[in-house]
Every structure is written in C-alpha cells, then in structure tokens.
Design a protein around this ligand. Sequence first.
Ligand code: CTP
Length: 421
Amino acid sequence: MSGETPRNSVSGCGARVTLAAMPTPALPPSRHLVLGVTGGIAAYKCAELVRLWVRQGHTVDVVMTAAAKAFVGPATFQALSGRPVRDDLWRSETGGMDHIALSRGVDALIVAPASADFIGKLTHGLADDLLSTLCLARDCPLLIAPAMNRQMWENPATRRNVAQLRADGIAVLGPASGEQACGEVGEGRMLEPAEIVWRVESHLLPKPLAGRRVLITSGPTLEPIDPVRALVNRSSGRMGHAIAAAARDAGATVTLVSGPVAVPAPGDVQTIRVETAAEMLDAVEAQIAGTDIFIGVAAVADYRSEMQAPHKLKRDGGPLKLDLLPNPDILATVAGRANPPFCVGFAAESQDLLAHAEAKRRRKGLPLLVANDASAIGSEASRLHLLDDTGVHSLPPADKAVSGRWVVDHIAHLFNQGETP
Ligand code: CTP
C-alpha cells in the first residue's frame, strides 16, 4: 500500500554533500549448518557444497544415510568440513545423543540431495536412522534440495509428499530441469551447489520488507532508428536484477520491468520485458497501483530518434543527421504522482559523482539516490554511495549481489522509519 501523505520529501535545499556515519554494512554472518546427505548420484556435488560453505566461514556438520555412503565416502566430507561425519543413530562421537544435540544451536538443517525415499519418510514423520530422527527432533529451519529421476519427481506420491512438506513449513529448493544422470531430460536435477548456498542464505535473512510490493526498472532501453539500428545506453541489467533478488529475499513481492539484457530473470520475481522508454513507462504505469517502493535502476535512454525508418537505412557516404526527441522521465513521473510510492533513483556519473548525484536527487525529489562511478558499468563489482537526507553513506566495493543486499537493507530501513508513526 502507499501512504496517504507523499513519502518523497527531500529536506533542505542546494546540493551540499555531507558525509554521514553509517554502520558498516553487514556481511553474511558465519553460520553453523548441518548438511544431511541421502542416497542419490547428486551426493557427489555436495562435496562442492561443503567446500563453498566452509570457504564462506561457516561451520558444517555432515550427516549421511546408509544409501548416501553408496555414492560418496564419509572421508570426503570429513576432509572438507574438518569435522567428524555422523552416520549412526546408535553410536555418538561425543557420547551424547546426536539426533537431538546436532540440531540445537544451529542455523539450519539442509538435506541435499533429498531422495524420493527420504522425502516420503520426512512427510510421514518416520525416524529409523540418524538423519530422519534428527529431522524429526530438530528445532531449526529445515530446507531440502530434492534430486531424483523426472518420473519419480512427477509421480503423484512425490507431488503429494512435497506439497505436505511445504505445508509443514519445510523449504523446498528446486529441483532444476535438464539432463539427468540416467540420460533422461526433465525436472528433478538437484540445484547446483552455488545456487543452494545462495538460496539457503536468502532463506535465513531477515524479512524487513515482508508484505510490501516493490516495483523495479532494470537494464537499458533500446530506441530504434531502423529495423537493425538503435540508440542504447550501456547497462548489463546486473545491478537492477540483483536489487530485485535482494528485495525478494527481504520478503517483498517484486515486479521487475526490464529492458533487453542477457542476465537471467531472478526466480520468484514477476518480470516484464520491454524495449523502449515509452514501453517501460507504460509497463510501470500498469503496475504502479499498490506499489510501496519504486526503484529506478534502468539506464533509460534520454532521447529517441524522431525518424524510425521502416527499412534498413543505406549508407551513402555522407553524414547522417538524426533529430532526437526527449523521452519521458519514468522516475520523475512516478515520484510526481499524487500519492507516490517511496522512490529510489540510481545515477552513474563520470565526473563530480557526489555533487551531480545530490543535485539529481533534489531535482527529482527523491528520499534516496544510489550513485556509482560510470567507469564501473558492465563490471561484476561496484562501489556505491547512498545519498539521503542525512548525507552520503559510502559502501565498500563488493560484488553486485552483495551491494544489492546492502542497498535494499538501507531502503527497508528508511521506508520502515517513514512508516513508524
Ligand atoms: N530515469 C528514468 N527515466 C529517464 C531517465 C532516467 O526513470 N528518462 C531514472 C533512472 O532509472 C535513474 C535516475 O532516473 O534512476 C537517474 O538517471 P540518469 O540517467 O542518471 O539521470 P538523468 O535524469 O537522465 O540525468 P543526466 O542523464 O542528465 O545525468
């Protein structure tokens, strides 16, 4: 919902830039995770999963079923985790009760791969080995990454079981679709380890935007000159898509309006594809009702060619003159509505970054503008500066996925502050 009073107030006047204190953005915390490995060929990929978690500074305890040991040896997981692997309900390394103690004080229990058989056991609360007993006795979030043949995944028994697990509050990650170890093609592949790492972390993050609707523009717009040529701004769409994923992970319902980009659309985000600035504005206006937060990340082309030739223009050796017409300013249009959502702008500047960015924030009447150096366009990493009414908060250089989370944390903080009576 949008409030009754405009949220996009900018205090003070002039483009003075002050440096504001900002708590160092939180890095993903070190977590204590328990990985349950069941019997499936994807078990070999879990060696990589453990390696990724350990590299991020997490502590990982591995529990294996008897069937899992038919695919991978415990020594592999022991070496990678640096901790003893548990596989026996009746024999504990510590002399205590592993099926109780192992889930106490941990951040999450993840079963990957989760076989059809193990999913069936979980659904019915069976507890006849260490991992199934541990799942039943847990007091932490449980996530499963199913992996099985596509027919097993599509079997009504499996569908019923998975629906029941979801209803019981268990997070189901994947599965992915593609070529399977058995040679068949379809849904049932375990998600790749890096994707599991990302999904688990997303699941565990706080949800400061739960129940909120966020609308985001991303990527460039493309303004045709003739059927093969166009005017375009440089933008990969990586930052806009990372912001969309971060807002989703913060609990929001996210709609992304994206210009032409090669990056894949984030999962669980409604994505609307457009080409031109006019189409982007139409899509934004069609979605704006009920939006709480609007984030304009798109590099919208400021001009379009007046001439749009129906056929390819032929080179005649002489200069070509184009008349350019101004495009609508999508962000300013949204911010200028009667009851605007909380509006956030982005600005890439090639000189006097902070002064230009602050002037732009004031001109567009935005409570928050995110500035970055134009030389970083197209790169994997970014160094962002957040400009709001309290001054400039400079973030450390980071991968766009991480920067995106920091930006969304700051948006959620300002938005929720404005909502508090
Ligand atoms: N923006 C927009 N529609 C436009 C131009 C910009 O919605 N036609 C949004 C961008 O998505 C971004 C912000 O406005 O959030 C700033 O974009 P930028 O191109 O830096 O600003 P301009 O207003 O175009 O200023 P200039 O190009 O003169 O620097």
